[in-house]
Design a protein around this ligand. Structure first.
Ligand SMILES: [Fe+2]
Length: 311
């Protein structure tokens, strides 16, 4: 077990229990506070950051229209490159879960396909977020003990330089209309595979992180905040110093069930050849985790067929 976290039934949880504090990006101590938050909780929440709220709102609105239209089916994902639109029937299942998440999504890479009218805005956002992520990785590097950074094969901020597969996923959680959907969640409990995830607060609540008491703690979702969490690759590279904490997106209650939720995570990846640890390069780590996810998806498909057969 990694020293910085407890494990209960295979889930990675916070140790010790902390509430998530929002950190002001413009505060002189922000680099230190942000790194401490990642260390203690696996999450960091920033306000007054450089990503424009208006731009995020514009993206939410434009992609909501895209998901509401049939146009999305013209951009069905490419099975080799994994760019494009993934319908609800193809949505992933979290590792260890046999039910597909209640979501559809679009994988955007600057080299990949994108509806023409949506490209410029999303491309600008992608570039700005990578630039901010580079700064945040510098913060982390500079505020991590040397005993940990000595094991990094190169500075964290250069690990992502020239990487073409950091993924911007535009997620749409549709309104929940069918009673049988209560068995599934918008996103089952999982950990992110990558180095860091950069996420503007979504337009509806639901994101939760698991605490040591196995309670789910709401992540502050004030619109305009930026939520950053550690992924498994940073946990691996830091020998467990930075925990990759289990999180999920719960289904809304009452009237909120009729509302869509849009979310815009950028999954930051190192170049494939970057050495994460004695055990893995980033490429090897990703391949192993994707293989596990593929097996989970096959189980979900089998279970879905089985339940269809008996209904
Ligand atoms: Fe996640």
């Amino acid at each position: 077990m990694l020293s910085s976290q407890l494990k209960i039934q295979g889930k990675k949880i916070l140790k010790p229990m902390h509430s998530l504090q929002t950190i002001d990006y413009t505060d002189a101590d922000a680099p230190k506070l942000f790194t401490a938050s990642l260390r203690e909780t696996g999450f960091g929440v920033l306000k007054n950051h450089p990503l424009q709220q208006q731009q995020v709102q514009h993206i939410y609105d434009a992609w909501q229209r895209f998901f509401d239209s049939d146009k999305k089916n013209e951009f069905l994902y490419c099975p080799e490159k994994f760019d494009g639109f993934f319908p609800t029937t193809e949505a992933e299942s979290a590792k260890g879960h046999s039910t597909r998440d209640l979501k559809e999504y679009y994988h955007y890479y600057p080299w990949g396909r994108c509806p023409g009218a949506l490209r410029q805005t999303i491309d600008d956002y992608y570039a700005q977020t990578i630039s901010l992520a580079t700064e945040l990785l510098r913060w982390v590097q500079e505020n991590t003990p040397e005993s940990v950074t000595a094991n990094f094969s190169e500075p964290l901020s250069t690990m992502i330089e020239g990487c073409s597969h950091s993924l911007l996923r535009i997620l749409h959680y549709p309104p929940i209309t069918r009673p049988d959907e209560t068995k599934a969640l918008r996103a089952q409990a999982h950990e992110d595979i990558n180095l860091l995830t950069i996420l503007p607060a979504a337009n509806e609540p639901g994101l939760q992180v698991l605490t040591r008491k196995e309670d789910w703690l709401d992540v502050p979702c004030e619109f305009g905040n930026l939520i950053i969490n550690t992924g498994d690759m940073l946990q691996e590279a830091s020998g467990g110093y930075f925990p990759s904490t289990t999180h999920r997106v719960v289904n809304p209650e009452g009237n909120r069930r009729t509302r869509s939720r849009i979310s815009l995570p950028l999954f930051l990846h190192p170049r494939a050849e970057v050495v994460l640890s004695e055990r893995y390069t980033a490429g090897e780590y990703l391949t192993e985790r994707l293989r596990e996810l593929q097996q989970t998806d096959q189980t979900a498909e089998t279970d879905a067929r089985a339940s269809a057969d008996v209904s």
